[in-house]
Write a protein that binds this ligand. Structure first.
Ligand code: AMP
Ligand code: MN
Ligand code: MN
Length: 320
């Protein structure tokens, strides 16, 4: 394992970067940070970045317009960088480039990551993939655009430095990024806190329709197709909803289902103190972190809720 990104670029002329399906802030931030860093520091390497379309807010990052969101090309690359993706399948359409690349490198922070690449730089204690990536970069050659991309990933995965994954290292790295002259106040407001009118309406709707189970220790809500279609929303428009659910007084676990297909749900889970949601997500082929995890499940919403709450109850009882 090399301690810096440069180690993976010897004799490399073509590189590909990809992240997980339905990219979040850490995924968009880390892939674009690496893309811009390679273009700045390794101009001899041709780099392509494959990612599903990113939410509007992440388009403030430099070169977001260079993202390729179709997977039609028949290219073979010298090196493949997989970022923020806990397993190979999460790379979605980019898997074909992973399979044909001469060498694969995974940079991640998911506890559920079992190491699917040739080289796996996985630090489950790191707040975000952006934090891991920052340690692999030579800070002297990180410019303000790369620093802003990294900052965005860190604030998104730490909930602006309030989640338990925030550490001394997170703050030290963030300090270095601030010293690059990033617009941290503006980015924090516009990327993390700002909501469109529609996103606020959706937040209200999800909270209004939520319900409590297990004496108020678990809160559940469902954004079904009807609701999503009515607001012309995508699952990224629900960013932050689960965090609001999680801070309901007395709640240990929050569960949000988003219907992404016919009887197919994207499941998001958060916990506060003791329930290991990564374990529950893992049972259904998903993953994540101990306090924030997700998976995709099929069936009616009642099936999905029944199955999940069974495992949640098991852990709640153990702690009683
Ligand atoms: P989310 O609830 O979508 O914000 O995701 C919370 C955490 O769980 C993130 O770290 C995701 O990477 C992870 N996660 C969400 N969905 C899945 C999935 N289907 N498979 C693996 N990990 C997931
Ligand atoms: Mn992510
Ligand atoms: Mn992440």
């Amino acid at each position: 394992m090399h301690d810096k990104i440069g180690g993976y670029l010897e004799n490399v002329t073509t590189a590909v970067i990809a992240g997980h399906t339905r990219p979040d802030g850490d995924c968009a931030g880390s892939t674009l940070a690496l893309y811009n860093y390679l273009r700045d520091n390794y101009p001899q390497v041709h780099v392509d970045l494959y990612l599903e379309p990113v939410a509007e807010v992440y388009k403030v990052i430099k070169n977001a317009d260079q993202i390729i969101s179709d997977y039609d090309r028949d290219e073979t690359y010298d090196v493949f960088f997989a970022l923020d993706s806990s397993d190979k399948e999460r790379l979605a359409g980019a898997v074909k480039y992973f399979d044909t690349a001469k060498r694969t490198v995974c940079i991640d922070h998911h506890i559920s990551n079992e190491g699917y690449a040739d080289e796996n730089i996985v630090f489950p204690k790191a707040s975000s993939t952006c934090e891991v990536l920052a340690t692999l970069m030579d800070m002297d050659t990180v410019d303000v655009d790369v620093a802003e991309a990294l900052y965005i990933g860190i604030i998104c995965d730490t909930g602006c430095f309030k989640h338990s994954n925030t550490s001394e290292q997170t703050m030290n790295i963030t300090g270095k990024l601030i010293s690059k002259g990033i617009r941290f106040s503006k980015l924090t407001d516009e990327v993390f806190y700002q909501k469109t009118y529609m996103q606020n309406q959706l937040l209200g709707r999800c909270l209004l329709e939520s319900f409590l189970v297990f004496s108020g220790k678990c809160i559940v809500s469902v954004a079904d197709r009807k609701v999503m279609d009515f607001y012309e929303a995508q699952s990224s428009d629900l960013e932050g909803v689960i965090d609001q659910m999680r801070i309901t007084k007395g709640v240990e676990v929050a569960v949000l289902l988003t219907e992404i297909g016919d009887r197919k749900y994207k499941v998001s889970m958060r916990s506060n103190e003791f329930v290991d949601v990564a374990k529950i997500a893992g049972i259904y082929g998903g993953g994540g972190h101990i306090r924030a995890a997700g998976c995709t499940m099929s069936g009616t919403k009642y099936d999905v809720i029944n199955n999940l709450t069974m495992f949640i109850e098991e852990q709640l009882i153990q702690n009683d």
